[in-house]
Design a protein around this ligand. Structure first.
Ligand SMILES: [Fe+2]
Ligand SMILES: [Fe+2]
Length: 181
């Protein structure tokens, strides 16, 4: 069994990543409609990364049955600039508070698999934050972002602009594990 507090954190992280996955798909469709195809592609990539995180967290949870989960969520955005700001706000919370705190608790409780899953997510969220900030600068000037290929590791969700590396810098998976957007 996973210790209770870490398992509660895994459930919250799973719920938060699941919702981020869906929000970014919604934002991607809106960006496409608003003629920001590269921003749409960025949201496709980050959405896939959040799905990877949700799956990694979910598979570690061992308690069977229903549980009420608590997670942050963002509502009420109406355009791509606001969508990117929502992404920045969500990722900032995860990078500065949520994942560092969850990692600390998991380490304290000797829950190594959970700590690793949280660390993998943290590394990806840092990258998402940088990419959203870059995209928002362009969108706020009325222009699409200029991104090359965006690659996401299907094992840990690590996200980078440019060609896939031979080895994932976060989880060491080989190049073939990267999905290109
Ligand atoms: Fe993210
Ligand atoms: Fe990876």
């Amino acid at each position: 069994m996973v210790k209770e507090m870490t398992e509660t954190n895994l459930r919250s992280a799973y719920a938060g990543e699941s919702q981020a996955h869906m929000r970014y798909l919604i934002y991607s469709e809106r960006a496409e409609k608003n003629k920001f195809p590269n921003v749409a592609r960025l949201f496709q990539a980050t959405s896939f990364a959040e799905k990877v995180h949700a799956g990694n967290h979910y598979r570690i949870i061992k308690s069977k049955g229903e549980a009420v989960t608590f997670s942050g969520a963002i509502f009420g955005t109406t355009n791509t600039s606001e969508d990117l700001q929502a992404g920045i706000d969500g990722e900032t919370f995860e990078v500065n508070e949520m994942y560092p705190a969850y990692i600390a608790v998991a380490n304290l409780q000797g829950e190594n698999a959970a700590a690793k899953s949280f660390e993998w997510a943290l590394a990806a969220e840092k990258a998402h934050l940088v990419l959203y900030e870059k995209a928002k600068k362009s969108v706020d000037q009325g222009k699409d972002a200029s991104f090359g290929p965006i690659n996401v590791c299907s094992m840990c969700g690590y996200t980078l602009e440019g060609e896939a590396p031979n080895k994932c810098p976060i989880c060491n998976s080989p190049k073939e594990k990267f999905k290109s957007f």
